[in-house]
Design a protein around this ligand. Structure first.
Ligand SMILES: N[C@@H](CCC[C@H](N)C(=O)O)C(=O)O
Length: 283
């Protein structure tokens, strides 16, 4: 089976086109593909499946219609996202930007704006003339406060749902110094399904530096949903709710726009390799 490798600010993905919707992906196969020594290596897998061939995607589109959302534009493809450990996640902001780049480059979608079905709902993507890809990430849902512990130190953070769970901890301690080799501790009563933890420094007018430990993938060089959560948290510290933030991650720069209704994530999305996965790697 064909694969394509891509990344968005070095958050990297194995893309598996599944035109007939017949690919069963076990957690073990996903973990093997994502293995950086014995596999292709990635933070996650993006299975590209026609929405109409996935019962899960059809249900998501139906629910969006019942909720009175805007009529879908396109929504022909379902992003079946898996973390590097093989677990499912609701949303992946960088993955979706790379997914959109793949669809257009493969001739499966027209350049411009279209919707993609994700477990977090329908998400509109736009391919910019600059080559960047923007995703309408929806309205961040801010919960209360919680904590994460990193290297024996506890950090307070803001609970933010971007479809998937985040704890964005704004700290004065330079995040570059933190040891994120181990899963940060967190409150399982607040996050029964695990959490993505962002450690964030506010470094100037609407600019933040972020590191992230992702649920199911470990420390990654970028996280799109995490960048939006980080922008929401630094904005809250500044007493703001809207505006445009630059979020500096180890893998590059992301732009996050917050308005009263939604959030948008913009950044590069590139495809870097393609090849063949031997059948033995898929069992
Ligand atoms: N890297 C992604 C987030 C992927 C999912 C996350 N690890 C989770 O389990 O929720 C992004 O760019 O948003």
């Amino acid at each position: 089976m064909r694969f394509v490798k891509g990344h968005g600010t070095e958050n990297d993905f194995v893309i598996l086109p599944d035109r007939d919707g017949g690919l069963e992906l076990s957690a073990a196969v996903v973990a093997a593909l994502c293995d950086r020594r014995a596999g292709i290596g990635a933070d996650g897998v993006l299975r590209v499946v026609p929405a109409k061939l996935s019962a899960e995607a059809v249900a998501i589109v139906d629910r969006a219609g019942e909720a009175g959302g805007p009529p879908p534009r396109g929504a022909d493809w379902f992003m079946d996202y898996r973390n590097a450990d093989g677990g499912l996640a609701e949303m992946c902001g960088n993955g979706l930007r790379v997914f959109a780049r793949y669809l257009v480059d493969a001739g499966l979608a027209e350049p411009g704006e279209f919707d993609v079905v994700t477990r977090g709902g329908l998400r509109r993507v736009r391919l910019e003339a600059t080559g960047d890809v923007t995703v309408d990430m929806g309205r961040p849902v801010v919960g209360g406060e919680s904590w994460a512990s990193v290297g024996g130190t506890e950090y307070d953070g803001l609970v933010v749902s971007m479809g998937n769970p985040h704890l964005a901890c704004v700290t004065g301690e330079p995040v570059a110094r933190l040891d994120l080799t181990a899963q940060p501790g967190f409150d399982p009563a607040v996050f029964p399904h695990g959490v993505n933890v962002e450690l964030v420094n506010a470094v100037g007018a609407r600019r933040a530096v972020m590191r992230v430990y992702e649920r199911g993938s470990g420390e990654t060089r970028s996280c799109g949903t995490g960048a939006v959560a980080a922008a929401v948290a630094v904005a809250a510290v500044a007493g703001e709710r809207t505006g445009t933030w630059t979020v500096e991650v180890p893998g590059g720069l992301l732009t996050v726009e917050l308005d009263e209704h939604t959030s948008r994530l913009t950044g590069p999305a590139v495809l870097v390799a393609a090849g063949e996965v031997p059948p033995v790697a898929l069992v």
